[in-house]
Each structure stands twice: as structure tokens, then as C-alpha cells.
Design a protein around this ligand. Structure first.
Ligand SMILES: CSCCC(=O)C(=O)COP(=O)(O)O
Ligand SMILES: [Mg+2]
Length: 260
């Protein structure tokens, strides 16, 4: 059942934004970031092999359930865990867009090099900077919840095509807090923010994420950005759907307008 509240009447203390399909185009993530990680993973692993961070990631990658599936796809089992095996597995996970935490950590480390040398600039839709500015000016906090690692989130917003947007953001959450279609993750986020769930507005492109957030008591709105997957009639009638952040420019704190 769609909430009776419209975006212009909403109040919140925290806006929690997803990245891919919400602040940022899906095509930037899939056509720029993922290929960059696939093309550079082998060199990254060679250069850092044996280092503490890479050792931990390599160990964690071997624990993910898909590791044995991947090895079964190989013609011959490798004699040892080496750069080639882990490179192949990381590329396999990226191709399947599996949101596996150690692979996401590794992607963030690889992208840091691309942002550092100017090859990468984070895409954000043109309405995003103005909305961030308006929400902060109204006294709201802005948090990010993405399957991309916290380090990757800071890179995309800190090095965006609209400049450094990281200054607007006061909290970051990745899959260490839980997966995005699980109610518990949003309960964990509300607790970490020390905020009543009903005062958190979650913006996402994925109906399953919106449903999980709502089941934890958060408000949720779905973004229908260019390039996002089509929504079913049922999804459209269950959630408020907006095409950009402009209808949310005038969000206010609940003190100014109490929740109905
Ligand atoms: C942090 S930028 C890269 C985003 C990413 O890796 C990803 O998987 C997108 O997931 P999201 O939860 O933002 O839809
Ligand atoms: Mg998304």
C-alpha cells in the first residue's frame, strides 16, 4: 500500500542514499568502474601480493561460497592459490555482479588508483549536489548505504564530476552492516545513527531494498533514473517513485512539521 505522504510533505532527520541507480547511473558503475577493476585487478594483486590487506582479502575470498563454484568451472584445479586464480575469481564475481564483501573491498582499493591518477571521476546525476546542499542547509544528515565499500563510496563522492561532495556526507555503510535486502541491516543502521527509524528516509532504485528498509520502520522512496530497471505496477503502487531528487529539495526536520 503506498504511503499517503507525498515527497513534498515528508520530514526526516537523515536521508540515506543508495549509489548505483540512485545518485549515480548504473552505466557508470557497470561500464566504467567494473571494467576498470577487471582490467587492473591482476596488476594490483601482483604489486600487493603478500601484503597484509591483500592477504586478508585473499583469505576472505576463499571463504565465500562461490569460490568452490568458480573452481569447478576451471579445466584443471590450480596447485596453489595464486594471483591468476584470485584474478579469475574476482573477474567471475564482477561479471555476475555478486555483492561479495571482500571483492567489494578489493574493488575500492583498485579504484583508489584510478581516482588518484585522474582516470576516474565519480558520476552523479545533476540534481544530486543541489539536493545534498539543501538537505544539509535544512539541518538533515546525509548517509550512504551501498554494496560498494565505504572506501569506494568516499572516492566516488570525494572525486565526483561535480567536485567534492563528501563534505555533505556524515555516515557511510556498506555490506559489513548487512546485505541490502535484509531488514536487520536497516535496524543496524538506525542503531548506528542513534536515530528513530521513522526519521530516516532511504532512497534506492531496488524495490527489495526499499521493502527491507520499510520493514525496519524507515521511510523509503524508489528512484526511477534513466537506465534503471522497469518497475512493475505492483511496485509502483507500493512505493512512491520519483525520477530525481528535485521533489525532495524541501525536506524538513520533523520539528518543523510533525509526522502524521
Ligand atoms: C561505491 S561506488 C560502486 C558501487 C558498487 O560497487 C555497487 O555494487 C553498487 O551497489 P549499490 O548498492 O550502490 O546499488
Ligand atoms: Mg542501487
Amino acid at each position: 500500500m503506498i504511503s499517503a505522504m507525498t515527497s513534498s510533505e515528508r520530514v526526516a532527520k537523515v536521508v540515506l542514499v543508495d549509489i548505483e541507480g540512485t545518485t549515480t547511473s548504473i552505466s557508470f558503475v557497470h561500464d566504467v568502474l567494473f571494467p576498470y577493476a577487471k582490467n587492473n585487478v591482476e596488476k594490483f594483486l601482483r604489486d600487493s601480493w603478500g601484503g597484509d590487506d591483500t592477504n586478508q582479502i585473499v583469505q576472505d575470498l576463499q571463504q565465500v561460497p562461490q569460490f568452490s563454484d568458480y573452481k569447478n568451472t576451471l579445466c584443471a584445479l590450480p596447485a596453489s592459490v595464486d594471483v591468476k586464480l584470485i584474478t579469475g575469481f574476482v573477474r567471475y564475481l564482477i561479471d555476475k555482479d555478486l555483492k561479495v564483501t571482500p571483492m567489494k573491498t578489493l574493488q575500492g582499493l583498485i579504484w583508489a588508483q584510478g581516482y588518484g591518477d585522474g582516470q576516474l571521476k565519480g558520476h552523479v546525476f545533476e540534481d544530486v549536489p543541489a539536493a545534498f546542499q539543501a538537505w544539509c542547509a535544512a539541518g538533515l544528515r546525509i548517509g550512504v548505504y551501498s554494496s560498494g565499500s565505504v572506501a569506494a563510496q568516499k572516492l566516488i563522492f570525494g572525486n565526483s564530476i561535480a567536485g567534492n561532495l563528501e563534505t555533505y556526507l556524515s555516515a557511510h555503510f556498506d555490506t559489513h552492516v548487512g546485505h541490502k535486502q535484509e531488514q536487520q541491516s536497516y535496524e543496524n543502521i538506525a542503531k548506528a545513527l542513534a536515530e528513530d527509524p521513522q526519521h530516516i528516509l532511504f532512497l534506492t532504485d531496488i524495490p527489495g531494498e526499499a521493502a527491507a528498509a520499510r520493514s525496519a520502520g524507515l521511510q523509503a522512496i524508489i528512484l526511477q533514473r534513466p537506465g534503471n530497471a522497469a518497475l512493475t505496477d505492483d511496485q509502483k503502487s507500493s512505493f512512491e517513485v520519483i525520477t530525481d531528487f528535485k521533489p525532495l529539495q524541501n525536506l524538513k526536520l520533523p520539528e518543523n512539521k510533525p509526522l502524521a
